[in-house]
Design a protein around this ligand. Sequence first.
Ligand SMILES: NC(=O)c1ccc[n+]([C@@H]2O[C@H](COP(=O)([O-])OP(=O)(O)OC[C@H]3O[C@@H](n4cnc5c(N)ncnc54)[C@H](OP(=O)(O)O)[C@@H]3O)[C@@H](O)[C@H]2O)c1
Length: 315
Amino acid sequence: MKILIIGGTGHVGTYLVPRLVMAGHELIVVSRQKKEPYFVHHAWKSVRQIMIDRVKSDKDYKFGKQISGLKPDIVIDMICFEPRSAKRLAEELYGRVRHFLLCGTIWVHGSSEIVPTDESQPRKPFGDYGIKKAAIESWLMSFSHKTGFPATILHPGHIVGPGWVPLNPAGNFNPDVYKKLAAGEELILPNIGLETVHHVHADDVAQAFEKAINNRSTAIGESFHTVSPKALTLRGYAEAMAAWFGKDANLSYVPWRDWKNTVSEKDADATWDHIAHSPNCSIEKARKLIDYNPRYTSLQAVQESVKYLIDNKSL
Ligand SMILES: NC(=O)c1ccc[n+]([C@@H]2O[C@H](COP(=O)([O-])OP(=O)(O)OC[C@H]3O[C@@H](n4cnc5c(N)ncnc54)[C@H](OP(=O)(O)O)[C@@H]3O)[C@@H](O)[C@H]2O)c1
């Protein structure tokens, strides 16, 4: 198959492009060519890279035609954040592709209610990002069901991999949290540390895209959570990381209204975004319909990533 990935050099593309090339597909990657994959793989030698800025091109209504003009059999849209952009692209590709896959997010659910959350639960997103991704999902799935447009949506959790700082046990991206746990220093968590986070290794997200393509008949018209097998509480995550560093976790707890004043505004905003969602998603549907079988638990994914930061003196 000729597979085109829009935004294929990032966290997921780094793993997905080599997977698809090794499986014998012809790959086209569209990006602004600012970002490099996180690691070198010989598969990239056979990839055709095309420079297009999606945002600029969309403004001129050119983007869909540029993509369809490359005559792909399959399109993977990794970077769609605007409902009108999804609509224009899908309408342009209607009747022209065998499969259209779009990257969503578990933020489409809003706050967790009945856990683990499954894909059938009503969407109650909040925040611009989650609301728009849910609108994209709603429109695309209904377009697929009404017209037979071959669309699939994959909803990753917090994407983790060697090369960037994972979401930490305080629910933000400040690397000092790991330093405190490694040194056995006190780490203050919001509330009683029982809110949840749900990571996924970038290679497992890539696996889900590959398996959705391989299981096209059961993937079309469906959306799937793409997360590790189990979510973590902040407290459980902190304790496991401290143990991994060979320390006992020295945790204390402060109600959110006071906790937010103990960190920077940036960290507080990130933590609020994560604990207000407290994701805990089921992967049973993806296991059953596309044979998704994540290689990493949340902790394995995070630990591989933190080890990389330590080995590269970034932590
Ligand atoms: N990160 C997370 O934890 C997380 C969690 C859930 C869902 N998601 C979803 O994952 C998707 C992002 O995947 P990712 O994390 O693999 O991406 P990423 O690491 O952010 O990389 C973005 C890719 O898109 C390209 N790109 C960015 N802006 C572009 C533009 N205007 N025109 C053309 N190409 C552009 C980048 O290359 P250039 O910069 O060179 O253009 C790169 O190839 C999004 O749909 C997001 O909602 C992410």
